[in-house]
Design a binder for this molecule. Structure first.
Ligand SMILES: [Ca+2]
Ligand SMILES: [Ca+2]
Length: 158
């Protein structure tokens, strides 16, 4: 019986050193807007394709599984159909980030293009204040990021 309390202590210690899960952080949206670069490099912003592509939003798959983004949308505050970017056939790998640029260009595994053109009115992201919204194919809001500053050219939404 003499060793029984020791055994208990050892057992208690073993329990005590089992790694404890950190306090539950607020769950990340499965697709998160991580950054919006709203003030395209250069001034004034001239609406050329390279300038339109100089503004972009980054979306990240925060999960451990690839997500099929077909039908997912990204938009700003402007309530106009042409201010909605909808993903076509595109799968974003686990933990991966995709950059959605405003202008035209070749889509790749890491960069997609809104395809907008037409000069200075083609920009999506306002230079002082705006917001991005990501919705799943059912229209459910998954993440948003707003900003209100002209002091810097981008906002870190994480
Ligand atoms: Ca600029
Ligand atoms: Ca806008």
């Amino acid at each position: 019986m003499r060793f029984f309390p020791l055994a208990l202590s050892a057992a208690a210690l073993a329990v005590a050193i089992v790694p404890v899960a950190p306090a539950q952080a607020a769950a990340l949206p499965v697709i998160q807007i991580t950054k919006i670069y709203y003030n395209s490099p250069g001034s004034p912003d001239n609406g050329a394709n390279v300038s339109l592509n100089g503004e972009w939003a980054q979306l990240k798959n925060t999960t451990r599984k690839a997500i099929n983004l077909r039908g997912w949308t990204l938009r700003d505050k402007t309530k106009a159909a042409d201010h909605v970017y909808m993903f076509g056939a595109f799968t974003l790998g686990a933990g991966k980030t995709v950059t959605v640029r405003t202008g035209k260009g070749k889509d790749t595994a890491t960069t997609r293009h809104w395809g907008r053109a037409g000069g200075t009115f083609a920009y999506i992201w306002n230079q002082t204040s705006d917001a991005g919204f990501v919705r799943d194919p059912l229209g459910k809001l998954v993440d948003s990021c707003s900003y209100n500053s002209s002091r810097v050219a981008w906002v870190d939404c994480r």
